[in-house]
Design a protein around this ligand. Sequence first.
Ligand SMILES: Nc1nc2c(c(=O)[nH]1)N[C@H]1C(S)=C(S)[C@@H](COP(=O)(O)O)O[C@H]1N2
Ligand SMILES: [Mo]
Length: 313
Amino acid sequence: MTAYRPPHIAASEITPERFFLNRRTFLATAVGGLVLGGATAARAAVLQALPSPYKLDEAMTPEEDVTSYNNYYEFGTGKGDPSANSGSFKPSPWTVKVDGMVGRPKEFGLEELLTFPLEERTYRMRCVEAWSMVIPWIGFPLAALLDKVEPLGSAKYVAFETVVRPEEMPGQAGYFQPLEWPYREGLRLDEARHPLTILSVGLYGRTLPNQNGAPIRLVVPWKYGFKGIKSIVRISLTETPPPCTWNLVAPNEYGFYANVNPAVDHPRWSQATENRIGEGGFFGANRRDTLPFNGYGDDVASLYAGMDLKANF
Ligand SMILES: Nc1nc2c(c(=O)[nH]1)N[C@H]1C(S)=C(S)[C@@H](COP(=O)(O)O)O[C@H]1N2
Ligand SMILES: [Mo]
């Protein structure tokens, strides 16, 4: 794994003032990261990021749980499969093609993606299966990438696709195929441009482990986890709602919006409470109330003003 934030990025490219205060630390850590990256080739490289105001007053989920309890069907359907079966996946070299209804379609290389101003943001994450985590992501606003390609006025949605690589992804190679590939997801353009929506390239101070969606995945903290598509190779701006994997599989169970909503149950289970992973006692003492929009309602509820959230689940 060689991807790391290049140490030569000019501080002037990274605008927030607090960064300049941290510049010395940044350089020291970046150089340390190179050494460490070389010494421990199998481990993700250190990734330096700016601090951000997006923090929570809740304990972070231990890194061990974040990287071993996953959903990533390309590597198998069990929670332990992604960490066990993703060792041969090659997240570098990598490109993300951005096309569709844009003025300037472009293919971005991984190195270029890592030059967007990276922030560390600790987000509450809620899976539709009623478990949750608190994860310190490293990433940048999706809006920053969209600005570069100049969406046309007619663009209303953003479609995402995961890589298809049966040679490296055992879940795509077997006789039993749980999903149709590529895994696809989509957002309304205003959701995609919302400042909380990020493309993540790391967690816990390092580049993303394969099982968490290396080298780049979507994070939308007010939506159920399945919207957070992993290992993205294509982003297309469209005029009509894009096909979304779980919505195609079971449209009555997984809506396009998938906003976290304790008042709208999944047809087969309640969404009123959740189990916080990593706090001991699975499905026991850690049961806590699920919050509307996963607790991000002050930021995002206005996106859905006037909409019936039960009908548009
Ligand atoms: N390509 C792809 N992306 C995916 C999935 C998947 O199976 N394939 N699973 C989704 C689901 S259901 C969840 S809950 C999150 C889990 O992310 P994590 O393993 O990093 O916690 O990834 C989402 N992104
Ligand atoms: Mo999920």
